[in-house]
Design a protein around this ligand. Structure first.
Ligand code: BGC
Length: 247
């Protein structure tokens, strides 16, 4: 079975056709910039562009950068605030006349890492943290997702953690890997203290260069800390898993 997976980020929208049961993306993912502001109308156009690009007919899974409670967007700090209270599945379905399943982007990435990546064998308490424009989190126990955790918004140095420890924060403040990894360490230590997981999987594009910062960032964290295996592609694969009901 094939499912189109789309990962909406604060900076880019990525998509690819995912083959199941392999969980692999056909060819390279396609990237489009996230419209600024990312209003429901502007973002729906980009999703349509992606669907058209693949000439896709069939189920589409979408990872959305905000918690989705009972189908409705709870918050969307890295998109337009017009999304709050809206139902993205309904909006996309109406615009493209095909079925959509929309879940939180970090939950999607976590599903993929637990099924195909760094958390494959782990049945304990697993936290996936994605470091990108924001910080996303996904929590699992015995392989089952507890959706919509928002650990990216813990407080660090008196502020929202994603302002300090996201990949974007490193770029905005022009911090060295060393300086940024200390912020990530403080952040991971807090997650470790509050959740007491067995395993923390750290994902996002920066996980491709984990050797530059992860050893330092993992110091003093009691849980085992590992980089994501599917890197930035986890969000696409996990979104497609949700739409294809792969578990
Ligand atoms: C949002 C999360 C999202 C994360 C990564 C945060 O700002 O609140 O829901 O998972 O960014 O996109």
């Amino acid at each position: 079975m094939n499912v189109l997976g789309i990962d909406i980020g604060g900076t880019g929208v990525k998509g690819g056709v995912v083959d199941f049961p392999a969980g692999t993306i056909q060819g390279d993912p396609v990237h489009f910039p996230t419209p600024q502001p990312a209003s429901p109308l502007a973002l729906t156009r980009v999703i349509k562009r992606m669907v058209d690009h693949f000439q896709w007919k069939g189920p589409v899974g979408v990872g959305f950068p905000g918690p989705i409670r009972k189908g409705l967007v709870e918050t969307a700090v890295n998109l337009s605030s017009q999304w709050v209270g809206k139902n993205p599945e309904k909006i996309f379905k109406k615009a493209m006349r095909q079925p959509f399943v929309v879940i939180n982007d970090a939950d999607a990435a976590g599903l993929a890492e637990l099924h195909y990546g760094a958390g494959k064998k782990d049945k304990g308490v697993v936290v996936m943290i994605t470091l990108g424009t924001g910080i996303g989190s996904a929590l699992f126990y015995q392989g089952v997702l507890i959706p919509n955790t928002e650990l990216g918004h813990l407080t660090l140095e008196g502020k929202d953690a994603e302002k300090y420890a996201s990949a974007k924060a490193r770029e905005v403040h022009e911090w060295s890997w060393k300086k940024w990894s200390r912020k990530v360490r403080e952040y991971l230590q807090q997650v470790d203290r509050l959740i007491n997981p067995d395993l923390i999987i750290v994902g996002g594009g920066v996980s491709k260069r984990a050797e530059k910062w992860l050893p330092r960032a993992a110091k003093g964290v009691r849980a085992k800390v590992v980089p994501a295996k599917l890197h930035n592609e986890a969000g696409i694969v996990g979104a497609a898993m949700a739409a294809g009901k792969i578990r």
